[in-house]
Design a protein around this ligand. Sequence first.
Ligand code: HEC
Length: 147
Amino acid sequence: MLRQILPLLLTALLLSACGEVEDTRPGQPVASRQKAFKAILRSFEPMGVQLRENRYAPETFLQHARALQAQKDTPWPHFGPDTHYPPSKATAQVWQAPERFAAEREHFLKTVDALLAAAESGELSRVKPAYQAVQESCRSCHKTFRQ
Ligand code: HEC
């Protein structure tokens, strides 16, 4: 008996611990953009680790910069009108100040281009500030547009 119930209990516990709300809308706009941001983070974070731990490896860094470049446009098409609902962590500002949101996005895209150019040079002195500029642009947008 316990053998059957225990896995169920554990599953229930795990689910409630996450408290995830499922995106049930057609096309899953919220889940899709969150997935896109997570993928962006997975390319971005390893570059930060290299720089923080003083082990810049130009080849793998360049691969991550290329991956980020390929992903940079992925979240934005999923911010359609009327897509501010749970489990979204976006603020209402995304829809109330669309020009500002677009400006943050355009700035982000430019910093990603510049990071790739720096990574292609293989020069740490160029790569560091370029990485920081991207990081600043993530933060700047999140400050207003993410909860
Ligand atoms: C132009 C604005 C903007 C920029 C630039 C931006 N983000 Fe975000 N990000 C958002 C918004 C808005 C959300 C919330 C999306 C939602 O939950 O609906 C978000 C969510 C996220 C999430 C959470 C995803 C989840 O599963 O809840 C991660 C991780 C993330 N961003 C990482 C990054 C990283 C890393 C960068 C820079 C490399 C970045 N973002 C740049 C606006 C931005």
